[in-house]
Design a protein around this ligand. Structure first.
Ligand SMILES: C[S@@+](CC[C@H](N)C(=O)[O-])C[C@H]1O[C@@H](n2cnc3c(N)ncnc32)[C@H](O)[C@@H]1O
Ligand code: SF4
Length: 405
């Protein structure tokens, strides 16, 4: 019996929270390899090893074995709960062969009950695109592709250290559109040396490909990346704000709604998986460095798997993939909830707050009143929404809920 199975009573013992019902459950699967490490990236991604002839080698089968062992050890914690979405992220999951993704999804289906309309997203890099590969992912059961484009400008792609050029990005997105009923395109803005005109060109090209979903992220210089050591010249804050306004305007003109800080979608194409994060739903995270959040009637726990791929594989195969686990304290819950829920244009319902955190509304009455006074939220008896101003000063708004309970 795994440690988790022996331990499951431990998670069910009495505690200070009262969750009336458990939230929907998603599954995140991390595949940690990339062809090359991008200089801005702080995700748990590792450059592939290469053979003498330069061919990339990924230990796909051993990693899949480790994922199955990881999942099996975690099953007692999610017993009987249906899974609403799966997100295969990275790294560059499209580096794995379609046969491996087929095996992965088969292994998951054999162990978890998936909802009939379960959304299954896979992240793909245009640099790993070959004819028919995307269709083979579709045949393996993937329902949604997320293509990491970042920019359509060759000079910017080069500055970002990307392994693909603009023509490859267009070809990959066109193929995604043919092979999938729904897909996402990732872009970044405020790139090194980017002008407003160049941003508009990127947006025009992206929208011409009619993506059902678009994620546009402000390029962040993350600590411990190459860019943190050798910072490129990026547009100033005022220009970046103006760029964001233009992005929102152009997407709205194309019939897309900004439903979250960085996410734009056509009707019916919101990302279920990310919505579940933002609505403070549950997710089991398997794979190297994966994070998970799981609820029980009287507590909410967070888990992190071993980060380094080899260490992860060794430990997962020995039945111990979890490197760290902690219970979220009552005091931290309001802030953690708001970090997610206030990213949504629609905000959250008061009922959702109590249901998802197991706390009474009194825990947030003070900060809610203060946020309203400062014009950062609007609310009625049932719902709380960030205002335009709240969206612009989101971290100030969220911080009002620090240690509120
Ligand atoms: C884990 S990556 C997955 C996609 C795939 N690995 C790729 O890069 O093509 C998810 C997305 O996060 C965004 N991202 C990564 N690092 C970022 C940073 N430093 N600032 C802003 N966005 C970033 C990129 O748009 C990227 O497509
Ligand atoms: S391809 Fe994606 S995950 Fe990999 S290093 Fe680049 S941004 Fe990070």
């Amino acid at each position: 019996m795994s440690a988790a199975a022996k331990d499951v009573q431990h998670y069910l013992r009495p505690g200070t929270l009262q969750l009336g019902a458990l939230p929907p459950l998603s599954l995140y699967v991390h595949l940690p390899w990339c062809l090359r490490k991008c200089p801005y990236c702080d995700f748990n991604s590792h450059e592939v090893a290469r053979e003498a002839n330069g061919a990339a080698t990924v230990p796909e089968q051993r990693y899949l074995d480790a994922l199955v062992a990881d999942l099996e050890s975690a099953l007692p914690l999610v017993w009987g709960r249906p899974v609403h979405s799966i997100f295969i992220g990275g790294g560059t999951p499209s580096l794995f062969s379609p046969q491996s993704i087929d095996r992965l999804l088969g292994d998951i289906r054999a162990r978890l009950k998936l909802e009939a309309d379960c959304e299954i997203t896979l992240e793909a890099n245009p640099g790993t695109f070959e004819k028919d590969r995307f269709r083979a992912f579709r045949s393996a059961g993937v329902t949604r592709l997320s293509v990491g484009v970042q920019s359509f400008n060759d000079a910017h792609l080069k500055a970002l250290g990307r392994v693909h050029d603009s023509a490859q990005a267009v070809a990959a997105v066109e193929e995604a559109a043919l092979a999938f009923d729904t897909f996402n395109l990732d872009l970044m803005y405020a790139l090194p040396g980017q002008s407003m005109e160049q941003l508009e060109e990127d947006m025009t090209q992206a929208l011409a490909l009619a993506p059902p979903h678009l994620s546009v992220y402000h390029l962040t210089i993350e600590p411990n990346t190459y860019f943190a050591k050798f910072p490129p010249r990026v547009p100033d804050d005022d220009t970046a704000y103006a760029m964001l306004d233009r992005i929102t305007e152009m997407t709205a003109g194309a019939g897309m709604e900004r439903y979250e800080v960085s996410a734009y979608a056509r009707r019916g194409h919101r990302c279920w998986h990310n919505l579940n994060y933002w609505q403070f739903g549950d997710y089991l995270g398997i794979g190297a460095g994966a994070h998970g959040k799981l609820s029980f009637p009287h507590r909410i726990i967070r888990q992190v798997r071993y980060r380094e791929p080899r260490l992860y594989m060794d430990n997962a195969l020995a039945g111990q993939a979890v490197a760290q686990e902690e219970e979220v304290s009552r005091a931290d819950l309001p802030f953690e909830f708001m970090l997610n829920a206030l990213r949504l244009r629609e905000g959250f319902t008061l009922a959702q707050f109590s249901e998802r955190t197991g706390l009474a509304l009194t825990a947030i009455q003070g900060p809610l009143a203060e946020a309203e006074r400062r014009g950062l939220i609007e609310r009625d008896l049932a719902r709380v929404r960030p205002t335009e101003r709240g969206f612009d000063f989101l971290s100030d708004l969220q911080q009002l809920f620090l240690a509120a309970a």
